[in-house]
Design a protein around this ligand. Structure first.
Ligand SMILES: *Cc1c(COP(=O)(O)O)cnc(C)c1O
Length: 439
């Protein structure tokens, strides 16, 4: 992709990458804006004009304040699952009515704060609903409140990410004995419960399975509203979880495909009687992030060429520990940041961490990497470089946004400074070096 190639070359030219800055995350601002617009257009095309729709970005996918601000400016709110994520959304200026709080482990204080702010809350369990019962008696709140259900429609190809399995820890398991009746009664007894939530998709879940989960959630909302004799549930939160194609630059499936499929599979959800909330994460950001690392050394082992780079487990935890589920594309660039030419040679792309499995790619055919070259790890805008793992006390890399400067070049903005060694020491108890000696 030309814009990415320009960004890598310019980052090298400007010294964002170099001998002393061997790793950086780059975010394509144009791409993020385009995805946000595509998401809004996709659902606007299938609901009657005037239908309330909130697209809440799942903050966990890319927990960086300038990204949340960019999305807010593009008309996207925030889905948060911890006090930290809520604080990030607020720091980005996302207003409470555009924030949704979902987490399976909200504390009493967290719930109270959310209600005081007016942030929407989806109760994950009967015990949490009891806490809400107490709070709504004492806290004056504008928070829309709902229950998260698990339609138990089954797993996708990645077990650890599948939220709609029979025994998933999330939501009220709808097909369990007595659960459906419990949910209907919970709404009948609580006129303030006006939303219903399910997040049944994730990477590796096909669209048809996601649609089935949403169809079941819609059917439950209809059943509840029939039972109480009014439109008590006025908004359905369909979660996120759209699969991302990590195999090429093509975005597939698209939001438009998904929205059209849902409109066909669950037409009643789109006839204007329900407001809609979505919570996409990975599909908004993944393809707009590129991790660029310098090749520090190359060597050969057992006849295999190995490039030792600065991108490994500290920025690609999933790929390093579960490479079969999370393969990443790698593009080779030369020392000046230009796409590297040459015959493909099977080689390993290794990270800097001190354990043998720290590989970003095994036996990958790429132009033979040389010392001082760069590798770009593609599609890493979500759940990768913003999710640093402190193994080997490796520093969090700097993150930079980029966009065309209108003059044929590329402009950068700092999203997050690289972590300094002093910060690593301070965050590792450096200020209390003698703490244990005194015990
Ligand atoms: C993680 C999560 C999302 C976002 O999932 P993606 O696969 O990144 O789109 C949305 N809603 C909830 C409740 C989540 O836990």
């Amino acid at each position: 992709m030309a814009r990415r190639d320009d960004a890598v070359r310019t980052a090298v030219e400007q010294g964002l990458l170099g001998p002393d800055a061997p790793l950086a995350g780059l975010l394509d601002v144009t791409g993020i804006r385009d995805s946000a617009a595509a998401l809004r257009a996709a659902f606007d095309a299938v609901v009657p004009p005037g239908t309330p729709v909130l697209h809440a970005f799942a903050v966990k996918a890319t927990p960086l304040v300038p990204v949340l601000r960019l999305l807010r400016e593009a008309g996207i709110g925030a889905e948060v699952a911890s006090p930290g994520e809520l604080a990030l959304a607020r720091a980005a200026g996302v207003t409470p009515e555009c924030i949704v709080l979902d987490s399976p482990a909200k504390t009493a204080a967290e719930l109270r704060r959310a209600l005081e702010l007016g942030v929407a809350v989806n109760a994950d369990s009967p015990q949490e609903l009891s806490r809400l019962d107490e709070l709504v008696r004492t806290v004056r709140t504008d928070s829309p409140l709902g229950i998260r259900v698990n339609p138990q429609t089954g797993a996708g190809s990645i077990q650890a990410l599948s939220t709609a399995t029979a025994t998933s820890k999330f939501g009220v398991a709808l097909r369990d004995e007595g659960a459906r009746e419990w949910v209907v009664r919970a709404y009948a007894e609580r006129p303030w419960l006006t939303r219903l939530h399910a997040h049944s998709g994730s990477q590796g879940v096909p669209l048809s399975l996601m649609a089935r989960g949403i169809a079941e959630t819609y059917a439950l909302a209809e059943e509840i509203n029939r039972h109480v004799g009014r439109r008590q549930i006025d908004t359905i939160d369909i979660g996120g979880g759209l699969h991302v194609n990590f195999g090429s630059d093509v975005t597939t499936p698209t939001y438009a495909q998904y929205a059209r499929l849902l409109a066909e599979a669950v037409p009643g959800l789109f006839d204007g009687r329900y407001g809609l909330v979505t919570e996409f994460g990975r599909s908004l950001l993944a393809k707009h992030g590129t991790l660029v690392a310098r090749v520090e050394y190359t060597k050969s082992a057992g006849g295999r060429a190995v490039a030792v780079t600065h991108a490994g487990v500290q920025v690609a935890v999933r790929t390093v520990y579960a490479p079969a589920s999370w393969p990443l594309r790698i593009a080779a660039y030369d020392a000046k940041g230009r796409p590297k030419e040459g015959t493909a040679v099977v080689q390993d792309v290794a990270g800097p961490a001190c354990f043998a499995g720290d590989l970003l790619a095994e036996a990958r055919a790429l132009p033979l990497l040389e010392q001082g070259d760069h590798v770009a790890v593609l599609d890493t805008g979500a759940y990768y470089f913003a999710h640093h793992y402190a193994y080997n006390s490796l520093a969090r890399p700097g993150v930079y946004g980029y966009a065309p400067d209108g003059d044929g070049g590329i402009r950068f903005a700092v999203v997050r400074e690289p972590q300094s060694v002093e910060e690593i020491v301070a965050e590792s108890g450096g200020g209390r070096a003698g703490a244990l000696s005194e015990l």
